[in-house]
Design a protein around this ligand. Structure first.
Ligand code: 0PR
Length: 361
Protein backbone atom coordinates (compact mmCIF):
# COMPACT_ATOMS: atom_id res chain seq x y z
CA UNK A 1 0.00 0.00 0.00
CA UNK A 2 1.58 3.24 -1.13
CA UNK A 3 -0.85 5.98 -0.29
CA UNK A 4 -0.65 7.68 3.10
CA UNK A 5 -3.61 9.44 4.72
CA UNK A 6 -3.61 13.20 4.12
CA UNK A 7 -2.06 15.53 6.67
CA UNK A 8 -4.47 17.86 8.45
CA UNK A 9 -2.39 20.98 8.01
CA UNK A 10 -4.50 22.34 5.13
CA UNK A 11 -7.85 20.76 5.94
CA UNK A 12 -10.30 23.59 6.59
CA UNK A 13 -13.65 22.21 5.47
CA UNK A 14 -13.94 18.84 7.16
CA UNK A 15 -16.11 17.98 10.13
CA UNK A 16 -13.67 15.20 10.97
CA UNK A 17 -10.51 15.88 12.90
CA UNK A 18 -7.45 14.23 14.35
CA UNK A 19 -8.61 11.91 17.11
CA UNK A 20 -7.37 12.62 20.61
CA UNK A 21 -4.31 10.37 21.34
CA UNK A 22 -6.29 8.45 23.98
CA UNK A 23 -9.09 7.89 21.43
CA UNK A 24 -6.60 6.68 18.83
CA UNK A 25 -5.10 4.23 21.30
CA UNK A 26 -8.50 2.91 22.41
CA UNK A 27 -9.60 2.49 18.78
CA UNK A 28 -6.59 0.35 18.04
CA UNK A 29 -7.11 -1.84 21.09
CA UNK A 30 -10.75 -2.51 20.25
CA UNK A 31 -10.36 -2.88 16.48
CA UNK A 32 -11.44 -6.52 16.44
CA UNK A 33 -14.55 -6.24 18.59
CA UNK A 34 -18.19 -6.03 17.57
CA UNK A 35 -20.70 -4.25 19.79
CA UNK A 36 -23.38 -5.68 17.49
CA UNK A 37 -22.87 -9.02 19.25
CA UNK A 38 -22.88 -8.27 22.97
CA UNK A 39 -23.08 -11.97 23.87
CA UNK A 40 -19.65 -12.56 22.34
CA UNK A 41 -18.06 -9.14 22.99
CA UNK A 42 -19.37 -8.12 26.41
CA UNK A 43 -16.48 -5.74 27.17
CA UNK A 44 -17.17 -3.42 24.30
CA UNK A 45 -20.89 -3.56 25.09
CA UNK A 46 -20.16 -2.28 28.56
CA UNK A 47 -18.11 0.46 26.99
CA UNK A 48 -21.07 1.37 24.81
CA UNK A 49 -23.15 1.88 27.95
CA UNK A 50 -20.43 4.18 29.26
CA UNK A 51 -20.46 6.06 25.96
CA UNK A 52 -24.21 6.57 26.13
CA UNK A 53 -24.00 7.68 29.78
CA UNK A 54 -21.38 10.29 28.90
CA UNK A 55 -23.20 11.47 25.78
CA UNK A 56 -26.40 11.76 27.82
CA UNK A 57 -24.66 13.92 30.39
CA UNK A 58 -23.42 16.19 27.61
CA UNK A 59 -26.93 16.41 26.14
CA UNK A 60 -28.85 16.94 29.40
CA UNK A 61 -30.57 13.55 29.27
CA UNK A 62 -31.39 12.26 32.78
CA UNK A 63 -31.88 8.60 31.95
CA UNK A 64 -29.27 7.52 29.41
CA UNK A 65 -30.66 5.71 26.37
CA UNK A 66 -29.39 5.31 22.82
CA UNK A 67 -26.55 3.68 20.95
CA UNK A 68 -23.33 4.46 19.12
CA UNK A 69 -24.08 4.75 15.40
CA UNK A 70 -21.86 4.85 12.34
CA UNK A 71 -22.38 8.62 12.21
CA UNK A 72 -24.92 11.39 12.00
CA UNK A 73 -26.54 9.90 8.91
CA UNK A 74 -27.48 6.69 10.69
CA UNK A 75 -28.68 8.57 13.78
CA UNK A 76 -30.90 10.79 11.62
CA UNK A 77 -32.29 7.86 9.64
CA UNK A 78 -33.09 5.98 12.83
CA UNK A 79 -34.73 9.01 14.41
CA UNK A 80 -37.02 9.39 11.40
CA UNK A 81 -37.71 5.66 11.57
CA UNK A 82 -38.75 5.94 15.24
CA UNK A 83 -41.03 8.84 14.34
CA UNK A 84 -42.60 6.94 11.46
CA UNK A 85 -43.20 3.88 13.64
CA UNK A 86 -44.90 6.01 16.29
CA UNK A 87 -47.10 7.94 13.89
CA UNK A 88 -50.66 6.86 13.24
CA UNK A 89 -50.69 8.28 9.75
CA UNK A 90 -50.55 6.10 6.63
CA UNK A 91 -48.94 8.98 4.82
CA UNK A 92 -46.48 10.46 7.33
CA UNK A 93 -44.44 13.59 6.76
CA UNK A 94 -41.38 15.09 8.40
CA UNK A 95 -40.93 18.85 8.64
CA UNK A 96 -37.40 20.22 8.41
CA UNK A 97 -35.78 23.63 7.80
CA UNK A 98 -33.84 23.92 4.55
CA UNK A 99 -30.64 24.07 6.60
CA UNK A 100 -31.13 20.38 7.54
CA UNK A 101 -28.46 17.91 6.45
CA UNK A 102 -28.96 15.86 3.28
CA UNK A 103 -29.00 12.66 5.36
CA UNK A 104 -32.70 13.39 5.96
CA UNK A 105 -33.28 13.06 2.22
CA UNK A 106 -31.85 9.57 2.48
CA UNK A 107 -34.05 8.85 5.49
CA UNK A 108 -37.14 10.05 3.63
CA UNK A 109 -36.28 7.95 0.58
CA UNK A 110 -35.62 4.81 2.56
CA UNK A 111 -38.59 5.14 4.88
CA UNK A 112 -41.17 6.40 2.42
CA UNK A 113 -41.99 9.55 4.36
CA UNK A 114 -42.70 12.88 2.79
CA UNK A 115 -39.95 15.41 3.61
CA UNK A 116 -41.42 18.91 3.91
CA UNK A 117 -38.61 21.42 3.66
CA UNK A 118 -39.41 24.86 5.00
CA UNK A 119 -37.44 28.10 4.57
CA UNK A 120 -35.03 29.58 7.07
CA UNK A 121 -35.09 33.20 8.23
CA UNK A 122 -32.56 35.95 7.47
CA UNK A 123 -30.17 34.44 9.98
CA UNK A 124 -30.34 30.94 8.45
CA UNK A 125 -32.45 29.57 11.31
CA UNK A 126 -35.73 27.66 11.03
CA UNK A 127 -38.60 30.05 10.34
CA UNK A 128 -41.14 29.16 13.05
CA UNK A 129 -44.13 30.49 11.13
CA UNK A 130 -43.18 28.36 8.16
CA UNK A 131 -42.81 25.30 10.39
CA UNK A 132 -46.20 25.97 11.99
CA UNK A 133 -47.77 26.26 8.58
CA UNK A 134 -46.18 23.02 7.37
CA UNK A 135 -47.17 20.64 10.19
CA UNK A 136 -50.48 18.77 10.23
CA UNK A 137 -52.01 15.60 11.66
CA UNK A 138 -49.78 13.49 9.40
CA UNK A 139 -46.57 15.00 10.75
CA UNK A 140 -44.43 12.30 12.35
CA UNK A 141 -41.42 14.44 13.26
CA UNK A 142 -40.25 18.01 13.45
CA UNK A 143 -36.52 18.42 12.95
CA UNK A 144 -34.36 21.15 14.40
CA UNK A 145 -30.64 21.57 13.82
CA UNK A 146 -28.33 22.55 16.65
CA UNK A 147 -25.26 23.60 14.69
CA UNK A 148 -26.05 23.64 10.98
CA UNK A 149 -23.60 22.17 8.49
CA UNK A 150 -23.24 25.35 6.44
CA UNK A 151 -23.49 28.25 8.91
CA UNK A 152 -23.29 26.68 12.37
CA UNK A 153 -26.70 28.04 13.32
CA UNK A 154 -28.89 26.76 16.16
CA UNK A 155 -32.62 26.54 15.46
CA UNK A 156 -35.10 27.68 18.16
CA UNK A 157 -35.35 24.19 19.66
CA UNK A 158 -37.84 24.87 22.53
CA UNK A 159 -40.31 26.48 20.12
CA UNK A 160 -39.91 23.67 17.60
CA UNK A 161 -40.52 21.19 20.43
CA UNK A 162 -43.79 22.94 21.24
CA UNK A 163 -44.88 22.80 17.62
CA UNK A 164 -44.04 19.08 17.51
CA UNK A 165 -46.09 18.47 20.68
CA UNK A 166 -49.04 20.39 19.28
CA UNK A 167 -49.43 17.80 16.50
CA UNK A 168 -48.27 14.81 18.55
CA UNK A 169 -45.09 14.42 16.49
CA UNK A 170 -41.62 13.57 17.79
CA UNK A 171 -39.00 16.31 18.04
CA UNK A 172 -35.59 15.38 16.69
CA UNK A 173 -32.52 17.56 17.22
CA UNK A 174 -29.58 17.14 14.87
CA UNK A 175 -26.62 18.10 17.05
CA UNK A 176 -24.28 15.79 15.12
CA UNK A 177 -21.69 18.55 14.78
CA UNK A 178 -22.76 21.08 17.44
CA UNK A 179 -23.29 18.75 20.39
CA UNK A 180 -19.75 18.99 21.71
CA UNK A 181 -19.54 22.79 21.64
CA UNK A 182 -23.08 23.82 22.61
CA UNK A 183 -22.73 22.87 26.31
CA UNK A 184 -20.40 25.88 26.64
CA UNK A 185 -22.82 28.36 25.10
CA UNK A 186 -26.12 29.90 26.22
CA UNK A 187 -28.17 28.14 23.54
CA UNK A 188 -31.18 26.04 24.53
CA UNK A 189 -30.65 22.91 22.51
CA UNK A 190 -30.78 19.77 24.65
CA UNK A 191 -33.14 17.32 26.41
CA UNK A 192 -33.14 19.43 29.53
CA UNK A 193 -34.01 22.66 27.72
CA UNK A 194 -36.86 21.51 25.52
CA UNK A 195 -39.34 18.77 24.62
CA UNK A 196 -36.72 16.84 22.64
CA UNK A 197 -37.42 13.17 21.95
CA UNK A 198 -34.40 12.07 19.92
CA UNK A 199 -30.97 13.52 19.12
CA UNK A 200 -27.99 12.93 16.82
CA UNK A 201 -24.70 13.83 18.52
CA UNK A 202 -21.44 12.58 17.03
CA UNK A 203 -18.24 11.83 18.94
CA UNK A 204 -16.39 11.56 15.59
CA UNK A 205 -16.90 15.23 14.80
CA UNK A 206 -16.19 17.82 17.54
CA UNK A 207 -15.91 14.98 20.08
CA UNK A 208 -12.43 14.04 18.80
CA UNK A 209 -13.14 10.30 18.61
CA UNK A 210 -11.98 8.09 15.74
CA UNK A 211 -14.31 7.51 12.77
CA UNK A 212 -16.85 5.86 12.94
CA UNK A 213 -18.53 7.05 16.12
CA UNK A 214 -21.89 8.77 15.90
CA UNK A 215 -24.56 8.90 18.57
CA UNK A 216 -28.32 8.47 18.74
CA UNK A 217 -29.93 9.46 22.04
CA UNK A 218 -33.57 8.95 22.94
CA UNK A 219 -35.52 10.44 25.84
CA UNK A 220 -37.18 7.14 26.69
CA UNK A 221 -35.74 3.71 25.96
CA UNK A 222 -39.22 2.69 24.74
CA UNK A 223 -38.43 4.76 21.64
CA UNK A 224 -35.59 2.35 20.84
CA UNK A 225 -38.05 -0.53 21.00
CA UNK A 226 -39.66 0.94 17.88
CA UNK A 227 -36.45 -0.06 16.07
CA UNK A 228 -35.87 -3.48 17.60
CA UNK A 229 -35.94 -6.65 15.56
CA UNK A 230 -35.56 -10.18 16.94
CA UNK A 231 -32.12 -11.77 16.63
CA UNK A 232 -32.93 -15.48 16.96
CA UNK A 233 -29.44 -16.99 16.72
CA UNK A 234 -27.58 -14.46 18.87
CA UNK A 235 -27.35 -14.69 22.64
CA UNK A 236 -28.92 -11.23 22.83
CA UNK A 237 -32.58 -11.31 21.84
CA UNK A 238 -33.11 -8.16 19.82
CA UNK A 239 -31.24 -5.42 18.00
CA UNK A 240 -32.24 -1.79 17.56
CA UNK A 241 -29.26 -0.69 15.46
CA UNK A 242 -29.39 -0.17 11.71
CA UNK A 243 -26.14 -1.96 10.95
CA UNK A 244 -25.34 -5.40 12.32
CA UNK A 245 -21.60 -5.68 12.78
CA UNK A 246 -20.45 -2.40 14.25
CA UNK A 247 -17.17 -0.72 15.06
CA UNK A 248 -15.85 -1.51 18.53
CA UNK A 249 -13.02 0.88 17.70
CA UNK A 250 -15.53 3.71 17.33
CA UNK A 251 -17.23 2.88 20.62
CA UNK A 252 -14.00 2.56 22.59
CA UNK A 253 -12.51 5.71 21.11
CA UNK A 254 -15.68 7.67 21.91
CA UNK A 255 -15.46 6.63 25.57
CA UNK A 256 -11.74 7.40 25.74
CA UNK A 257 -12.19 10.84 24.17
CA UNK A 258 -15.13 11.79 26.38
CA UNK A 259 -13.48 10.51 29.57
CA UNK A 260 -10.42 12.52 28.71
CA UNK A 261 -12.08 15.74 27.56
CA UNK A 262 -15.52 16.15 29.17
CA UNK A 263 -16.00 18.82 30.27
CA UNK A 264 -12.73 20.76 30.72
CA UNK A 265 -10.94 19.72 27.53
CA UNK A 266 -14.01 20.27 25.36
CA UNK A 267 -14.60 23.68 26.92
CA UNK A 268 -11.01 24.68 26.22
CA UNK A 269 -11.34 23.42 22.65
CA UNK A 270 -14.60 25.31 22.14
CA UNK A 271 -12.98 28.56 23.31
CA UNK A 272 -9.97 28.01 21.05
CA UNK A 273 -12.11 27.11 18.01
CA UNK A 274 -14.54 29.97 18.57
CA UNK A 275 -11.68 32.48 18.91
CA UNK A 276 -10.16 31.15 15.70
CA UNK A 277 -13.48 31.47 13.87
CA UNK A 278 -13.87 35.06 15.04
CA UNK A 279 -10.29 35.86 14.06
CA UNK A 280 -10.83 34.43 10.57
CA UNK A 281 -14.19 36.19 10.16
CA UNK A 282 -12.54 39.46 11.14
CA UNK A 283 -9.60 38.93 8.78
CA UNK A 284 -11.96 38.21 5.88
CA UNK A 285 -14.20 41.18 6.69
CA UNK A 286 -11.18 43.49 6.75
CA UNK A 287 -10.42 42.35 3.23
CA UNK A 288 -13.87 43.35 2.07
CA UNK A 289 -15.64 39.99 2.01
CA UNK A 290 -19.12 39.58 3.36
CA UNK A 291 -19.02 37.13 6.26
CA UNK A 292 -21.84 35.30 8.05
CA UNK A 293 -21.36 35.95 11.76
CA UNK A 294 -19.72 32.84 13.27
CA UNK A 295 -22.12 32.08 16.11
CA UNK A 296 -20.40 28.68 16.45
CA UNK A 297 -16.89 27.83 15.16
CA UNK A 298 -17.78 27.86 11.47
CA UNK A 299 -17.15 30.71 9.03
CA UNK A 300 -18.92 31.34 5.70
CA UNK A 301 -17.79 34.18 3.43
CA UNK A 302 -18.55 35.31 -0.12
CA UNK A 303 -15.12 34.69 -1.59
CA UNK A 304 -15.33 34.60 -5.40
CA UNK A 305 -15.13 31.29 -7.19
CA UNK A 306 -11.83 32.15 -8.94
CA UNK A 307 -10.12 32.93 -5.61
CA UNK A 308 -11.63 29.81 -4.09
CA UNK A 309 -10.28 27.69 -6.94
CA UNK A 310 -6.82 29.27 -6.64
CA UNK A 311 -6.77 28.49 -2.90
CA UNK A 312 -7.75 24.91 -3.59
CA UNK A 313 -4.96 24.73 -6.16
CA UNK A 314 -2.58 25.75 -3.38
CA UNK A 315 -3.69 22.65 -1.48
CA UNK A 316 -6.24 24.16 0.89
CA UNK A 317 -9.06 21.70 1.51
CA UNK A 318 -11.98 24.10 1.51
CA UNK A 319 -15.60 23.73 0.45
CA UNK A 320 -18.55 25.89 -0.53
CA UNK A 321 -22.09 26.37 0.73
CA UNK A 322 -25.06 25.75 -1.54
CA UNK A 323 -25.05 29.46 -2.36
CA UNK A 324 -21.36 29.37 -3.26
CA UNK A 325 -19.75 30.90 -0.18
CA UNK A 326 -16.40 29.70 1.14
CA UNK A 327 -16.92 27.58 4.26
CA UNK A 328 -14.28 26.98 6.93
CA UNK A 329 -14.98 24.70 9.89
CA UNK A 330 -12.73 25.48 12.85
CA UNK A 331 -12.21 21.92 14.01
CA UNK A 332 -9.69 21.07 16.75
CA UNK A 333 -6.85 20.52 14.25
CA UNK A 334 -7.36 24.03 12.79
CA UNK A 335 -4.82 26.31 14.45
CA UNK A 336 -4.33 30.08 14.32
CA UNK A 337 -1.08 29.48 12.41
CA UNK A 338 -2.95 27.52 9.73
CA UNK A 339 -5.51 30.30 9.38
CA UNK A 340 -2.80 32.96 9.23
CA UNK A 341 -1.06 30.99 6.49
CA UNK A 342 -4.40 30.65 4.64
CA UNK A 343 -4.98 34.42 4.85
CA UNK A 344 -1.37 34.94 3.69
CA UNK A 345 -2.09 32.89 0.57
CA UNK A 346 -5.33 34.79 0.04
CA UNK A 347 -3.46 38.12 0.25
CA UNK A 348 -0.85 37.00 -2.26
CA UNK A 349 -3.60 35.96 -4.68
CA UNK A 350 -5.44 39.24 -4.26
CA UNK A 351 -2.25 41.25 -4.87
CA UNK A 352 -1.69 39.34 -8.05
CA UNK A 353 -5.30 39.82 -9.11
CA UNK A 354 -5.06 43.57 -8.61
CA UNK A 355 -1.81 44.02 -10.62
CA UNK A 356 -2.85 45.48 -13.96
CA UNK A 357 -2.10 43.25 -16.90
CA UNK A 358 0.44 44.86 -19.20
CA UNK A 359 1.16 43.83 -22.74
CA UNK A 360 3.76 44.78 -25.24
CA UNK A 361 1.47 45.69 -28.11
N1 0PR B 1 -25.93 16.29 10.60
C1 0PR B 1 -25.16 17.37 10.44
C2 0PR B 1 -25.59 18.67 11.03
C3 0PR B 1 -23.96 17.25 9.73
O1 0PR B 1 -23.20 18.33 9.53
C4 0PR B 1 -23.59 16.01 9.20
C5 0PR B 1 -22.32 15.82 8.43
C6 0PR B 1 -24.44 14.90 9.39
C7 0PR B 1 -25.60 15.09 10.11
C8 0PR B 1 -24.11 13.55 8.85
O2 0PR B 1 -23.08 12.98 9.59
P1 0PR B 1 -22.17 11.80 9.02
O3 0PR B 1 -21.40 12.35 7.88
O4 0PR B 1 -21.35 11.43 10.22
O5 0PR B 1 -23.07 10.70 8.63
N2 0PR B 1 -21.79 16.94 7.86
C9 0PR B 1 -20.59 16.98 7.05
C10 0PR B 1 -20.97 17.53 5.70
O6 0PR B 1 -21.83 16.95 5.04
C11 0PR B 1 -19.94 15.65 6.89
C12 0PR B 1 -18.51 15.76 6.49
C13 0PR B 1 -17.55 15.31 7.36
C14 0PR B 1 -18.11 16.24 5.26
C15 0PR B 1 -16.23 15.33 7.02
C16 0PR B 1 -16.78 16.31 4.91
C17 0PR B 1 -15.84 15.82 5.78
O7 0PR B 1 -14.52 15.81 5.46
O8 0PR B 1 -20.42 18.56 5.34
Amino acid sequence: MQIEPQAFDRVLSSMCTEPHPAARDAAERFLATNPGDPGTYPGVSELEEDAIALLSEIAGLQEPAGYITSGGTEANIQAVRIARERADSRNPNVVMPESGHFSFQKAADLLGVDLRIVPTDDDYRADLEAVRAAVDEDTAAVIGVAGTTEYGRVDPIPELGEIARSVDATMHVDAAWGGFVLPFTDYEWNFDHAAVDTMAIDPHKMGQAAVPAGGLLVRDSALLDELAVDTPYLESTSQATLTGTRSGAGVASAVAAMEELWPTGYRRQYVRSQNNAEWLADALEKRGYEVADPTLPLVAADVPRSTFDALRAKGWRISRTATDELRVVCMPHVTREMLASFIGDLDRLEVRASVPITSDD
